[in-house]
Design a protein around this ligand. Structure first.
Ligand SMILES: Nc1ncnc2c1ncn2[C@@H]1O[C@H](COP(=O)(O)OP(=O)(O)OP(=O)(O)O)[C@@H](O)[C@H]1O
Ligand SMILES: [Mg+2]
Length: 264
C-alpha cells in the first residue's frame, strides 16, 4: 500500500494526486490518501511503507509530522530533500558544493555587502528565501530597494524563458519551457508552458542538481547561461503542468518499484 499525502492545491480540474493514484492502481498497486493532520507523530498508523508526498503545506505541523513518519517509513521525497529544496540558500550551497552551474548569488544580512553586490552587478534579482511560484521575486538596481535583511540576491541572467526539467531517480524524463514577458515565467505568474526537448547539457545539469539536493524526483528550473544552462532551484514537490511526458505513469512506476525494493 502506497500512502499519499495529497497536494493541497489540487482542484477537480487539476488534480496531480488523483492522476498518480489512478496510475498506481492501473499498474496493479494499491494506494490510499492520508490526512497528515490526523496522524499522531508519536504513534504512526503504519510502518515500513512508502509514503509519497505529492504536496505539502510547509507549516510547522506538516513538516514535523513528516519527519516523524520518516523514522519508520520511506518517504518520497524525504523530508530532508523537501527541506533542502524549500531553502534557496541551502539549495544554492549544495549546488555550489557539487559544482552545478548556478547564477552568482549572495546571501547576507549586511546592507553594505548587499549594496556592493548590486553595484558590482548593476541589476540583481532579489528573492524570498522560502519562495514558491515566482512570488516575491523582483529585479532591483539600487540599494534603496533592498528592504529588510536577510538578502538573497542573484546576478540577473538575461532571458525570455526558463526551463523546468522533471527528473525521476536521476533521469530527466520530461521538460517544458515557460515563456512570458515578465521576470518570473512561472505558470502561476501567467507564464505559458510549452513541452521542450531535453538536450545533453540540460540532461547532465538537471541530473546533477537532483543528485546534489538528494531528491528522488524533482523539478529542476534552468535558465540559459553562457552557452549552457544554470540551475535556479530544485522543487521537491513539483508540478508537471504542460509536460508532454507521461509523468503520472512514470511516477507511479517509480513508487511501485520503491515499494517492491522495500518489501524485498
Ligand atoms: N537570477 C535570475 N535571473 C533572471 N531571472 C530569474 C533569476 N532568478 C529567477 N528568475 C526568474 O524567476 C523565476 C522564478 O525563480 P525561482 O525558480 O528561483 O523561484 P520560485 O518562486 O521558487 O519558483 P518555483 O515555483 O519554481 O519554486 C524563474 O523561473 C525565472 O523566470
Ligand atoms: Mg522556480
Amino acid at each position: 500500500m502506497i500512502h499519499i499525502i495529497p497536494k493541497p492545491t489540487d482542484t477537480t480540474d487539476d488534480n496531480s494526486t488523483a492522476a498518480v493514484a489512478g496510475q498506481i492502481r492501473s499498474q496493479g498497486g494499491t494506494c490510499e490518501l492520508i490526512d497528515i493532520y490526523r496522524i499522531d507523530p508519536f504513534m504512526p498508523p503504519f510502518e515500513h511503507e512508502i509514503v509519497w508526498v505529492c504536496g505539502l503545506t510547509q507549516d510547522e505541523h506538516q513538516f514535523e509530522v513528516l519527519q516523524a513518519l520518516s523514522l519508520s517509513n520511506v518517504l518520497v521525497n524525504t523530508p530532508q530533500a523537501i527541506g533542502t529544496c524549500a531553502s534557496k540558500v541551502f539549495t544554492t550551497a549544495l549546488l555550489m558544493r557539487h559544482s552545478v552551474p548556478s547564477p552568482r548569488t549572495l546571501f547576507t544580512s549586511s546592507k553594505e555587502i548587499a549594496s556592493r553586490f548590486i553595484e558590482e552587478h548593476g541589476r540583481v534579482v532579489i528573492k524570498p528565501i522560502y519562495g514558491f511560484d515566482g512570488h516575491g521575486i523582483f529585479l532591483i538596481d539600487t540599494p534603496g530597494q533592498l528592504g529588510n535583511p536577510p538578502y538573497y540576491l542573484q546576478e540577473y541572467v538575461p532571458n525570455d524563458r526558463d526551463f523546468r526539467i522533471f527528473v525521476i531517480d536521476g533521469e530527466p524524463v520530461g521538460a517544458i519551457m515557460r515563456v512570458s514577458d515578465t521576470l518570473a515565467h512561472n505558470i502561476h505568474q501567467g507564464g505559458t508552458g510549452i513541452p521542450s526537448e531535453i538536450d545533453d547539457e540540460m540532461r547532465s545539469i538537471a541530473a546533477a542538481a537532483a543528485r546534489a539536493t538528494g531528491v528522488d524526483y524533482g523539478g529542476v528550473d534552468l535558465l540559459r547561461y553562457h552557452d549552457s544552462y544554470c540551475v535556479l532551484e530544485v522543487n521537491g514537490t513539483p508540478n508537471w503542468h504542460c509536460m508532454a511526458a507521461p509523468i503520472p505513469a512514470l511516477l507511479a512506476r517509480y513508487l511501485l518499484e520503491k515499494e517492491r525494493d522495500l518489501k524485498a
